[in-house]
Design a protein around this ligand. Sequence first.
Ligand code: ASE
Length: 299
Amino acid sequence: MELSKQELEYPQKLLNYMDGFLISKTMFAACELGVFDLLENEGALPSNAVAERLGTSTDGMDRLLTACVGLQLLQVKQHQGEVLYSNTDLSQVYLTKASPRTLYYSMAYYSQTIYHCFAFLNDAVREGKNQYERAFGISPKDLFETLYRSEEEMLKFMQLMNSIWNICGKDVVVAFDLSIFTHIVDLGGDFFKDPIPDADLYILARIIHDWTEDKCLKLLNRVNKTCKPGSGVLLIEALLNEDRTGPVTAQLYSLNMLVQTEGKERMASEYINLLESAGFKDVQVQRTGKIYDVILGRK
Ligand code: ASE
């Protein structure tokens, strides 16, 4: 890629990347402290009132609200000598807990789990394994015993997994005409051990990316064995480009799979290989242009 003289002179992109986690953490703090929920209920408020209601320091809250204005997560206006803060449309729709399209629980999981695992990204890259031990003092045995280490953690993870469908679900379910399948199972539970229920379409949404090659094949072989001819398997994953150029979201998610799981994000060709090795054929791939893409195989 050609770099302009100006970019070399003043590396705005690098400065933005350097500040990336400051931005994330500012947004997470405002979510977790309850700023957007309070402003949704109360309308425009001055920072000292927000601080009082949320039990924080006035100075700290004033700076947090100001930073949120800069990030366009809040708007500010002057009214009779008072500085009043209120939600923007974006924060109203996505950052308040009660909104039907809320990403609040994604934000909370990023802040409380992913952020701490990413603190050990260097170690993860050196060792090629997840960082639960360093981040949370949990010795890695079964992956989902770790992820679901308490009822609370399990719920937080499920809320994360659920909340992304608020924004990506529609595109994923319409990517293929699934009307030929009458009995659809969204595969969960202990699918390495438990019997696979009868169905004519199995959905594995963000399952394959958690596991090593061996375990992916083991799971897909189990599903294939249960499938009748004509039955299908639908994988929902964030696909990497074949030429390794992007999408950057999937590339970063693959690093997250490194710090959090046994798996990685893959290219369409890798999913096709896995499915064909497990006995599926006629594999088709649909990109959605959003985070999650869709792969359909048939027995
Ligand atoms: C998993 C999905 C996720 C396992 C752990 C996970 C996600 C976060 N942690 O199957 C959702 C995808 N987001 C990222 C950043 O990878």
